[in-house]
Ligand binder design. Structure first.
Ligand SMILES: [Zn+2]
Length: 502
């Protein structure tokens, strides 16, 4: 038994003007063939898939195709789309005859002229392998599930958690569905439903008992534990993506029982629709949140969700920095930013020297106001660390040459590549212990909670400008279909679409 494994990972934010290019993928770390199998054996979905398959009673021969990851940002260019597709297809051709294909995808990768990159990719893979070879893919909870994906794959297996702390388990679950197809002869049938609602990311927390996302996770786990159910998933979709038919989705795959799949799908879709209001976040005004942090003991964490680099925003926002500068801080304040031109300027200024820096100028956008401050070049460091927790399990991160700028107790970490501008590891790389800070600003809408919930005295979702605003429906979207909640208020009933067995 020969099984081909591969990955394409990027989450696109179409409001971010910075295009994603082949270079972004290559910088993050493309892996091919045996190198993929070796280096990803304990990391994220691919690691989960490999760990599962190696303990099957008849372990298959694994064929590494290619791993193509890039950090969330703007649309991929047309040339990058062509390159991604060519990489996957040429590696699959070179693999020779395989008995199955298992892919780790995000599901919200969009390009200029290609709003549904993973749908196009899965369709191309299906065309190459023919109708009978099993094709299973894993997806992020924020996937943009499309008819093309459903048509091409035998099963789509989604994360159940937000923060995404089940990336390895989702790899395990994807491999298990494939094992049942290959060794138990199950015959996947799919029910799926696009739900015309796009849900804010700030409130959902599947790891907090009683939270709307925790209730949903429990329901999904309940259904997946039933005999005959291969997988059940709900995608609440990447909100900052102006693409046709943007919607949340439910995907249920059973062993030959289309009625069971239909009933579960309709239940989950109806529940999601009914619960939509619970996803609306309560936002604190920036000045208020910073004032509270200034007056309080312990660690205050503020979510700069609108400029969250984990949501594909640019990460160069200045609003929090400008507000923080209005106060004197008795204990450390930690902020982070993606601004290669500031790193370059700091290198010219030199270690230990002070200079006026103007933040928010690159790239020029409507979202970010320029802010000038005199800061000291405190420390240069390479930002390479291993991310575990939200999004990552032993995931290698390299945000390039970075600098820590200071003004009194204000610490600003500036990186030359985008990345998880919330991670405790980022601040530790800069020589600061974030858990003992007075204030920490996390460029993440929700995932940061996995890292800070146990230590933070208080956490606020803060209203701020950026490419990933919590109130996204108040921004211009040209390509979505209407009606769509929360743009519109309307009645809706689920009616699952069905894909019978082959
Ligand atoms: Zn996600």
């Amino acid at each position: 038994m020969r099984i081909a494994l591969g990955q394409i990972w990027q989450e696109t934010n179409t409001l971010n003007p910075l295009a994603t290019t082949r270079e972004n993928f290559e910088t993050f770390g493309v892996l091919r063939g045996a190198d993929l199998l070796e280096k990803m054996s304990r990391t994220n979905e691919l690691g989960g898939m490999m760990q599962s398959m190696r303990v099957w009673s008849e372990p298959p021969e694994l064929i590494g195709l290619v791993r193509l990851p890039a950090w969330p940002a703007g649309l991929i260019t047309a040339a990058t789309f062509d390159w991604l597709q060519a990489e996957v297809l040429s590696s699959l051709r070179a693999a020779g005859k395989v008995d199955a294909v298992l892919l780790a995808l995000h599901g919200s990768l969009a390009g200029h002229d290609h709003p549904d990159v993973e749908g196009d990719l899965l369709a191309a893979v299906r065309e190459l392998i023919g109708p009978d070879i099993p094709l299973v893919a894993t997806l992020d909870l924020h996937a943009y599930v499309t008819p093309k994906m459903i048509a091409a794959a035998d099963a789509l297996v989604l994360f159940h958690t937000i923060p995404h702390v089940d990336v390895v388990e989702t790899g395990n679950r994807g491999a298990e569905v494939l094992r049942r197809i290959l060794y138990e002869g199950v015959r996947p049938v799919v029910a799926w439903q696009a739900v015309p609602a796009v849900l804010p990311a700030e409130v959902a927390n599947s790891e907090e008992p009683g939270n709307v996302a925790a209730i949903r996770k429990a329901r999904l786990q309940h259904w997946e534990a039933q005999p005959g159910v291969l997988t059940a998933g709900v995608a609440t979709v990447q909100p900052w993506m102006d693409v046709p038919h943007l919607a949340s989705a439910v995907v249920v795959v059973t062993d030959g029982d289309i009625t069971l799949a239909q009933n579960i799908c309709n239940e989950l879709a109806g529940d999601l629709w009914q619960a939509r209001q619970q996803y609306l976040p309560q936002l604190t005004e920036l000045a208020t949140a910073v004032q509270i942090a200034h007056e309080s003991d312990g660690l205050t964490v503020l979510s700069d969700s609108a400029d969250a680099t984990t949501s594909g925003s640019i990460g160069n926002g200045t609003a929090f920095l400008a507000e923080v500068f209005k106060h004197q801080w008795p204990r450390p304040v930690c902020l982070a930013m993606f601004a290669p031109h500031i790193v370059a300027q700091a290198l010219e200024v030199g270690l230990g020297n002070e200079c006026e820096f103007t933040f928010g100028t690159e790239p020029p956008t409507d979202f970010v106001e320029h802010f000038t401050a005199r800061m000291k070049v405190e420390k240069f460091f390479p930002t390479a660390f291993t991310l575990s927790g939200h999004l990552g399990s032993n995931l290698a991160i390299d945000m390039g040459q970075s600098v820590r700028l200071t003004s009194g107790n204000v610490n600003l970490i500036v990186t030359s590549r985008s990345g998880p501008h919330f991670a405790p590891e980022l601040f530790r790389a800069a020589g600061i212990e974030p858990f003992t800070a007075q204030l920490l600003v996390a460029k993440s809408p929700c995932g940061f909670r996995a890292a800070y919930k146990a230590v933070a005295q208080r956490i606020f979702n803060v209203r701020s400008p950026g490419c990933a605003p919590a109130n996204f429906w108040e921004f211009p979207f040209a390509n979505i279909q209407r009606p769509l909640w929360p743009w519109d208020e309307f009645d809706w009933q689920p009616s699952a679409l069905l894909k019978p067995a082959k």
